[in-house]
Ligand binder design. Structure first.
Ligand code: S3P
Length: 169
């Protein structure tokens, strides 16, 4: 199995889908944000405050390269597509874009009381929408497969990913 890399904006469902997809494939799943929290030893929002986003992005790039050395299902953080280095690394990988309507994403982000995102704290809904639109083309460009998750259950999304993987393999 080739590694499958899930990309998409915050709230797209990358974590949930990666767990279900890895179960379906009997593969390991790597949640980059979870590992990064362990590595930096504090919540991402605190790390952004104390060390800045650029430092977080360095950890993220290092981890992405490590994660890609193994055959896994990888749930990335929403900003992984920003770094040129990451874009290069992802160019020939099986990248799946979990797409959703901007309003759906913002609703999910605001309702998530467990995962407090630094970019959601400092940005209002209008800013988040602009951030989404500024990244949308990058997600689309890097994706080999795109699944619209707006009105689908994780099981439906997994089954669509598996179907599309078969088509392009
Ligand atoms: C970020 C998304 C977050 C996390 C960090 C930055 C982003 O991950 O990596 O807060 O820049 O979009 P999720 O997409 O899992 O929320």
């Amino acid at each position: 199995m080739k590694s499958i890399v899930l990309i998409g904006f915050m709230g797209a469902g990358k974590t949930t889908v990666s767990k279900e997809l890895s179960t379906a494939l009997n593969a390991r799943s790597v949640d980059m944000d979870d590992i990064l929290v362990e590595r930096i030893g504090q919540p991402i929002s605190e790390y952004f405050e104390e060390h800045g986003e650029a430092s977080f992005r360095e950890h993220e790039t290092k981890l992405l390269k490590e994660a890609l050395n193994e055959e896994t299902v990888i749930a990335t953080g929403g900003g992984v597509i920003l770094q040129k280095e990451n874009q290069k690394v992802l160019a020939d990988k099986l990248v799946v874009y979990l797409k959703a309507d901007a309003n759906v994403l913002i609703k999910r982000i605001r309702e998530d009381k467990v995962n407090i995102r630094p970019l959601a704290i400092k940005n209002d809904d209008g800013d988040l929408k602009r951030l989404f639109f500024s990244r949308e083309k990058l997600y689309e460009k890097l994706a080999k497969i795109t699944v619209d998750t707006s009105e689908k259950t994780p099981a439906e999304i997994v089954s669509e990913i598996l179907q599309q993987v078969e088509v392009i393999s």
